[in-house]
Ligand binder design. Sequence first.
Ligand SMILES: Cc1cc2nc3c(=O)[nH]c(=O)nc-3n(C[C@H](O)[C@H](O)[C@H](O)COP(=O)(O)OP(=O)(O)OC[C@H]3O[C@@H](n4cnc5c(N)ncnc54)[C@H](O)[C@@H]3O)c2cc1C
Length: 453
Amino acid sequence: MARRSRSADIVVIGAGSATTSLVNALDGTPSVVVFEPSLVGGDCPYDACIPSKALLHDGALGRAWSTASSRRRALIDHRDDTRHAESLLDAGDVELVRERAAFAGPGRVVSESLTVEADHIVVATGATAVVPDLDGLDDLADPVWTDRVWTSADALRAAEAPERLLIAGGGVVGCEFARLFASFGTEVVLLEPNEHLVETSHPDVIAAVEQTVRDTGTDLELGTRPVAVSPHGTGVALSTDDRREFRADRLLLAVGRRPQLDDLHLEHVGLDPESPLPVDDSGRVRCEGSVWAIGDVVGRSQYTHAANHHGRVVADHLTGSGTRRFDDVVDAACMFTLPPMMTVGPSHAETVDDGDVVWVAVGVADSSARAATDEQDGALALAASRSTGRLVAAHGIGPSFDELVHAIIVAIDGEVPVARLVRSMYPFPTMGDVFASALSKLLSELPDASSSA
Ligand SMILES: Cc1cc2nc3c(=O)[nH]c(=O)nc-3n(C[C@H](O)[C@H](O)[C@H](O)COP(=O)(O)OP(=O)(O)OC[C@H]3O[C@@H](n4cnc5c(N)ncnc54)[C@H](O)[C@@H]3O)c2cc1C
């Protein structure tokens, strides 16, 4: 096929959440070429956030896997991306090329059928599941592992919930999938090499998260590192560093997601293809030409809301004021355990030695009537700056904390003093009582707190 050539103001490689956000936030004037060989919309709608949250919902309601699976398929439009593609094209002067792309030089990108010369190139290629270094698992694509070793995307598409599931890795994906499969009756063993889950969090929150995971019936094996895997019957046998062997129908790999940089030919813009992209807080990649990066490929906060934020920041640099930064809003995330966990701002571990930062924690059951009515527990830890009297971080797990998180984000981004927050009226009985209780405790630790409101 003869390769066509064209020029454009902006080329974007990959069409996931970050790209949708970027293209919508451009002022509509630049010409944009977007390359995407797979589904427009990327992971979130088809293989990650949406299907996982739908299955978590159905599991909590006690629905059967087959019912939940058909609702999942309908919710992801049976993997038809027409809606996402049309919305991308409607956003401005956009050409969508359904092919994989790579750098051919500074300002030049090629795919099978097209060469584009562009002023700016945005890398938005997402992330891919890390395959851990396990003896016996040389190549995940080997047919022997099909239907034995899963990535999260495989697990979400499973024809049925396994009787017994091993999960390697106790991060967000590992903890959410433990809850998900346990709710469909699967016997789950979660193996985490660290001594604790969410280990950079406040100690009270760590304890509450571990209790939450165990409450689902999950066998939580902390300080346990898988070292080898072999086929066993139609399932797997997994050996660990403490010389134990676990057997199950499936092994889910949940040990992290690495930036997707394969085959981008980054050497053509002076970068080492084996190293992370050198991205600054405006999204600019330090290399030859005007190259930017957004979303999971940046390798920082790998969440859809972060990808969307990156898209808006880079759009601001390409067609706006050029003042926005990745870190001009507080970082926040949720983990959809039951009850959910939320984190806002820096971790306890990052700030515990900072003399300006003070942390307090309260138990959910101790500080909320709603916890008693709903038979719930958890913990909320808040941190404030002694010098400014403002909130700087919050980590917690408790009922509806995936919604309480917004009040905390607004309080931190709005720089509202703790002394002012304690004067607000929080509806009863809600998790506002927990927030109010933690705020009062925090205020008592702050110098001259009452005068700073
Ligand atoms: C199981 C799971 C559950 C999750 N749940 C949540 C959640 O509840 N909330 C949340 O905020 N986040 C969640 N996430 C994270 C979220 O899915 C990602 O942060 C988000 O999808 C990242 O978007 P992106 O645009 O950076 O990348 P992607 O959506 O991965 O898009 C990248 C696109 O680039 C394309 N591409 C790659 N290489 C090339 C190339 N060479 N040429 C052209 N195109 C290319 C890919 O095909 C892909 O479509 C979850 C993740 C997982 C795995």
